[in-house]
Design a protein around this ligand. Structure first.
Ligand code: ZN
Length: 277
């Protein structure tokens, strides 16, 4: 279409932030707790091209380690007592931005919409945003999955993050694969470096800056079931949904704050759910 005479004027209107987030609950109590002395109480290894699950009591820290070499993790978070309360990637993105780091909170789905985890430590916080518009730990991507792989002309590939998460959730809960699959949701892309291209707006990935020894700390605001896949894309520098990329393990460690007061879970969202009816 031909641009209207006032096209420049329309384009030059300054944007406004959709959701000013300065009235959100303060993450300070979580940050203070996560910075205190911590004692390791459990660790699970996430094998390459597979997933694992671990329970994290409220007030404990979940430390996601990159122990050996550059590797991306796809993380699902659930209320450990009610799988219908789960991480809501889209609203976390709307509230905090496309990528998250220390001080940002991870929110649960409707009708709960409360912080279920707070990021209290991030050894990649130095990365910021690069010249391509890329940054680390995105809440843009969904998860690699066998359906999209087939849609784009690939073979049946069973070790995509979606399938890895499905198997691990089924193992952790006793649900069938079909039941578990329905609970798997859009992820936090831990250590993944992504953005949107400036020209076409397409989702891109690039080699993660993560190195052995890096970690991301999440303080569990409620009792959590954390399920994470070590993506078959490895450091996501080239491709995923195949066995081509070099992959490394990840680890999830539960750390208990020492000498800290009992943790208060955040309240459920106060909306009355009448929907005006
Ligand atoms: Zn993946």
């Amino acid at each position: 279409m031909t641009a209207p005479a006032d096209a420049h004027t329309r384009r030059d209107i300054a944007p406004v932030i959709c959701y000013p987030n300065d009235s959100l609950p303060s993450p300070q109590a979580a940050l203070d707790r996560g910075a205190g002395p911590l004692m390791s109480v459990a660790t699970i290894i996430v094998p390459p091209r597979d997933a694992a699950a671990i329970r994290v009591p409220a007030g404990h820290v979940l430390r996601i380690h990159c122990p050996e070499g550059p590797q991306v993790g796809d993380l699902n978070l659930f209320n450990a007592h009610d799988l219908s309360e789960r991480f809501y990637s889209g609203k976390t993105r709307a509230l905090h931005g496309s990528h998250v780091t220390t001080g940002d909170q991870l929110w649960s789905c409707f009708p709960f919409l409360r912080p279920i985890a707070t990021i209290t430590g991030d050894t990649l916080s130095w990365y910021g945003r690069d010249a391509f518009g890329g940054s680390v730990h995105d809440v843009i991507g969904t998860r690699c999955d066998p359906y999209t792989a087939r849609l784009l002309g690939g073979e049946n590939y069973h070790y995509c993050c979606h399938s890895n998460l499905t198997r691990a959730l089924a193992d952790a809960t006793g649900l069938s694969l079909v039941q578990a699959e329905g609970h798997v949701h859009d992820v936090l892309n831990v250590f993944m470096c992504t953005g949107f291209t400036h020209d076409t707006g397409q989702y891109f990935m690039k080699a993660s800056p993560v190195r052995a020894g890096d970690y991301l700390d999440l303080l569990a605001e409620i009792d959590l079931l954390a399920v994470m896949s070590a993506c078959p894309g490895g450091d996501c520098s080239a491709q995923h949904s195949s066995d081509t990329a070099t992959c490394h393990p990840l680890a999830m460690e539960v750390l208990k704050p020492q000498g800290a007061a009992p943790w208060q879970e955040p309240p459920l969202n106060p909306y009355n759910r009448s929907h005006g009816y």
